[in-house]
Design a protein around this ligand. Structure first.
Ligand SMILES: [Zn+2]
Length: 583
């Protein structure tokens, strides 16, 4: 920062600290000050190192003042802030730990492309992305595709994942694919073996585990580095077959968690039997998760790893290797589980459902995959707000679909065009309609500028025919009057064999209100387009959508009045297919 910028920073920090102190009985804390400053004044994201000490110093100074004195300073310098502060309460992410220690913040999202992404993955993506942006840093997408045997990557998913990130608005600054980096892992494995920090274990798995559980070394651990290098070469040249040798990183045989003791770092996969979708049978020795992830996090300069707390054991494993290489382990944030009641976020359960034929595709509306949510008209913005509000806290969070819908409704309601959709269409004949009439109904009640939908009603021999929802038929039989929204009032006389006979009773809206007439939607008989709405439980509601909806485009999110928000998924001359989002 130059002197002018520093002066500006000091002023702003003083103001933010004072307001924070006033909110908490005169005692400010540095963390929220940091978030607020960087959130509202992005120009300081590049100067995190210089800003941090100013914040700490200011907090100390201000906290030593009385609340009266603090109020006085604010009233004198920023009187408007005392009013503002009451209304504003936007959520921001808490600051990253030790951000000021790094020149550039680097985060990553590292999926295995063996599966599509779901709402749980969105958390890792959005938090990592947002933090990189918050500090003007860099966000890396890294495909961790080194297991062609049990978690076999699929070519289609590399692109599906890229699409999902694009849709979430999380543009990555660079991309890596681990299956391109085998020589790098080999080089590091060799270095560790040479230094005596890793060894090639040829023990049977059970034999090793038994020793390990007892805190004892297996015979391979004590061999010399040279002997282990020979074994390493035998892994590479095919002397050992699949399952016959594994490179282990030395840790502490007395570590309280046996899973941390001498963890496996590289193994042999029968490359002919399990070819890799990208590199085929070119390699037979493959790194295991902790090894390739750890090496890459270091080489790619990842400063902050943001991931689920189930990775805590992995951190314990990897820290040994980082020490052996003389590297510093990145900062970590481990968040708790995110559960949505009634939605399966478990990869294995979803895969099982796919295999058994329960789900037809990855975007089945019953799933919480990003593809399914997108198809239903749940917006990326809604998911983003939800994730930021939940934040990276370590406690488990249980949400319901309703929570997500509330976020989405806030986003789609102000812009979604309104249309009539008649489910289970039932014919109604209204007599006593003498003249042709037309109706113009706004596409959005709050936005006349969005235009109108036009309806023409032409009676024949004083009778006009309409379609109404089967649901509404039940509610109109015993009513004195019912109103067709924005058209006229009628009274139902008979309901027989799915046909309603009714009589016109006037067109006054006032009169309808006085009579307590229910408002129902309608479509002139013979108009409209056949419409299927796929519901969240994958059932299909069949009906007819009004004429104006014929010009809708795939991807538009609209509201079928009195029915709910839907996303147009397919449209042609004969049919409209929509997916239901929520009420
Ligand atoms: Zn061994």
């Amino acid at each position: 920062m130059n002197p002018t910028e520093e002066k500006e920073a000091r002023e702003l920090i003083k103001k933010i600290v004072l307001l924070n102190a006033l909110r908490y009985e005169g005692k400010a804390t540095p963390k929220p000050i940091f978030s607020k400053l960087l959130g509202e004044y992005p120009q300081f994201r590049k100067a995190v190192k210089e800003v941090a000490p100013i914040i700490n110093q200011t907090v100390q100074e201000i906290n030593s003042l009385s609340v009266e004195k603090q109020l006085e300073i604010v009233a004198e310098n920023w009187p408007e802030a005392l009013v503002e502060e009451k209304t504003e309460e936007t959520k921001e992410l808490p600051p990253l730990p030790n951000a000021e220690k790094y020149d550039k913040i680097v985060t990553r999202f590292s999926p295995n492309p063996d599966f599509v992404l779901h709402l749980g993955s969105a958390r890792a993506i959005l938090l990592s992305y947002d933090y990189a942006r918050m500090y003007d840093g860099s966000f890396i997408l890294r495909f961790e595709d080194t297991d062609s045997k049990t978690k076999k990557p699929k070519l289609e998913f590399y692109d599906v994942i890229r699409e999902d990130l694009d849709w979430l608005g999380c543009k990555w600054d660079s991309e890596f694919i681990q299956s391109d980096r085998l020589p790098i892992y080999y080089e590091h494995a060799q270095e560790l073996i040479k230094a005596g920090h890793a060894y090639v274990c040829v023990c049977e798995r059970e034999v090793f585990q038994e020793k390990s559980r007892a805190g004892k070394s297996c015979p391979c651990r004590v061999l010399s580095a040279d002997e282990n290098l020979v074994r390493w070469n035998h892994m590479l040249d095919g002397t050992y077959g699949e399952g016959e040798a594994v490179v282990r990183v030395k840790t502490d045989l007395g570590h309280p968690n046996p899973a941390v003791r001498d963890w496996p770092a590289l193994r042999i996969i029968d490359a002919e039997k399990y070819p890799h979708p990208r590199v085929g049978s070119r390699y037979r020795v493959w790194p295991l998760y902790n090894f390739s992830t750890g090496i890459d996090d270091h080489l790619m300069g990842i400063t902050h790893i943001i991931r689920g707390k189930e990775h805590l054991t992995n951190q314990a494993r990897q820290e040994y290797m980082f020490k052996q290489f003389g590297w510093k382990y990145p900062e970590t944030i481990h968040y708790g589980r995110l559960k949505i009641t009634g939605a399966s976020l478990s990869k294995s359960e979803i895969i099982q459902g796919m295999e058994s034929g329960l789900y037809k595709s990855w975007d089945d509306p019953r799933l919480a995959t990003l593809a399914a949510l997108r198809k239903r008209g749940i917006t990326a913005e809604a998911i983003h707000s939800l994730i930021v509000d939940v934040g990276p806290k370590p406690q488990d969070v249980v949400l319901s679909w309703k929570n997500l819908y509330a976020y989405n409704r806030k986003i789609v309601d102000p812009t979604a065009k309104r249309y009539f959709f008649v489910q289970g269409p039932t014919k109604i004949v209204v007599s006593g309609v003498s003249d042709s009439m037309s109706a113009e109904i706004p596409l959005h009640p709050d936005h006349p500028d969005m235009g109108v939908r036009k309806f023409e009603v032409t009676p024949k021999d004083g009778k006009a025919e309409f379609l109404i929802s089967a649901e509404d038929v039940k509610g109109i039989e015993d009513k004195k009057a019912v109103r067709f929204m924005d058209l006229f009032n009628f009274k139902a006389e008979t309901v027989e064999d799915g046909l309603v006979q009714a009589v016109f009773v006037g067109d006054s809206y006032k009169e309808a209100r006085k009579l307590g007439a229910p408002l129902i939607h309608w479509i002139p008989s013979g108009s409209g387009i056949a419409c299927d709405v796929v519901m969240p439980d994958a059932s299909v509601v069949k009906g007819v959508a009004e004429d104006a909806s014929k010009s809708l485009k795939v991807g538009e999110i609209i509201q079928f009045q009195r029915f709910g928000f839907v996303r147009v998924d397919h449209i042609d001359d004969k049919k409209l297919i929509a997916y239901f989002a929520h009420r």
